[in-house]
Design a binder for this molecule. Structure first.
Ligand code: LMR
Length: 335
């Protein structure tokens, strides 16, 4: 009798569990524009793994790489509308959000190395800029510095005069636009997802990027020259929709915060090495002529591009630019 009662109890418990509405997981769509093998692509996959683990499956992350869900500009609009929950765009693309200040980080040669770039992005002055994003409904969860930008082109770029008349692809930043014009080039904003084709068909003659993007997107296949110029940085911000993030249940937030922190640490620890390996692989492919700027050439580039710093005082204010110099450790050359 007792056995029967136990069996009946077990059957009832099972039937109840099966009939009870299961708690459906919270879905986070993470859209990005690079290859799954690029530093950001790897970080997105790690975030998925960690977020699902630390929330015991209460959150599920869908990663959409290679602009498969949205391209550059569309993804920012989609985030504000709440159609996607996580992005990690280059901060040189924040103009359309109505926050122009992030373009300042594109001032040529502003951040001389990894240490200065990190010092800059961790400095207390970022709080004001973060607030500006929040006012647009965008919550920055972290900054990922993907290292120095290099130029690729169908002609060798050794001296500033080599840019004259070239059509150069740029990201959306107004500072990048001014820098290209200052060099006598014709800047063109093209979405990252359309860049390979634009280079292949000659819509543009060149572009700048980090080595891992040049490698994983195969830009080296459709460009003849690469200059290790390190004239700028490619910095990402991991951003989410503020309303969505603030409304997350209390039992999942700590797990997600932990996943964000560990993914950021992973990015910081691995991106530089990925870029170094990518440059070696590009070299080994033998497809592009690689030129490392000599000191004299670099000084000539800096001298040619300093007028952009001056020109941008009217856009950002001299005080703001000086604040940025201080935070980044940049010392303008004596003229
Ligand atoms: C680019 O558009 O060149 C980069 O911002 C792409 C990326 O996200 O790395």
């Amino acid at each position: 009798m007792k056995r029967l009662a136990l069996a009946l109890g077990a059957i009832l418990a099972f039937a109840f569990a099966a009939g009870a509405p299961a708690q459906s997981p919270i879905i986070i769509k993470f859209s990005h524009v690079v290859s799954p093998d690029a530093p950001k692509g790897k970080a997105a996959l790690l975030f998925k793994q960690l977020a699902e683990k630390y929330t015991d499956g209460k959150v599920q992350v869908e990663v959409y790489p290679n602009s498969s869900l949205y391209k550059d500009k569309e993804e920012l609009e989609a985030l504000q509308l709440g159609s996607v929950q996580l992005l990690a765009p280059s901060i040189s693309k924040f103009g359309p959000l109505g926050v122009k200040e992030f373009d300042v980080f594109d001032l040529p040669f502003l951040m001389s190395d990894d240490a200065h770039a990190r010092q800059m992005m961790a400095s207390p002055m970022m709080a004001d800029l973060n607030k500006k994003l929040e006012d647009k409904g965008v919550e920055p969860l972290g900054y990922w510095d993907n290292g120095p930008q290099l130029y690729t082109a169908n002609v060798p770029l050794l001296m500033p005069a080599d840019f004259r008349g070239l059509k150069m692809r740029i990201q959306g930043s107004k500072v990048l636009d001014a820098a290209a014009r200052q060099l006598g080039a014709i800047p063109q904003i093209i979405a990252f997802g359309e860049l390979y084709q634009a280079l292949q068909t000659g819509v543009v003659d060149g572009e700048d990027n980090v080595a891992s993007n040049i490698w994983t997107q195969k830009f080296y296949d459709v460009q003849k020259n690469l200059t290790v110029s390190k004239h700028g940085r490619l910095t990402y911000s991991l951003i989410t929709n503020k309303k969505f993030w603030d409304a997350l249940p209390a039992d999942v937030r700590p797990g997600l915060d932990r996943a964000v922190k560990e993914t950021t640490d992973f990015f910081d620890d691995t991106a530089a090495k990925d870029n170094e390996d990518a440059l070696n692989q590009i070299k080994a492919s033998g497809k592009v002529q690689i030129h490392v700027l000599t000191d004299a050439e670099k000084q000539a580039w800096i001298a040619a591009l300093m007028p952009v710093h001056k020109e941008m005082e009217s856009r950002f204010g001299k005080d703001f630019i000086e604040k940025i110099y201080k935070a980044s450790g940049f010392v303008p050359p004596q003229t």
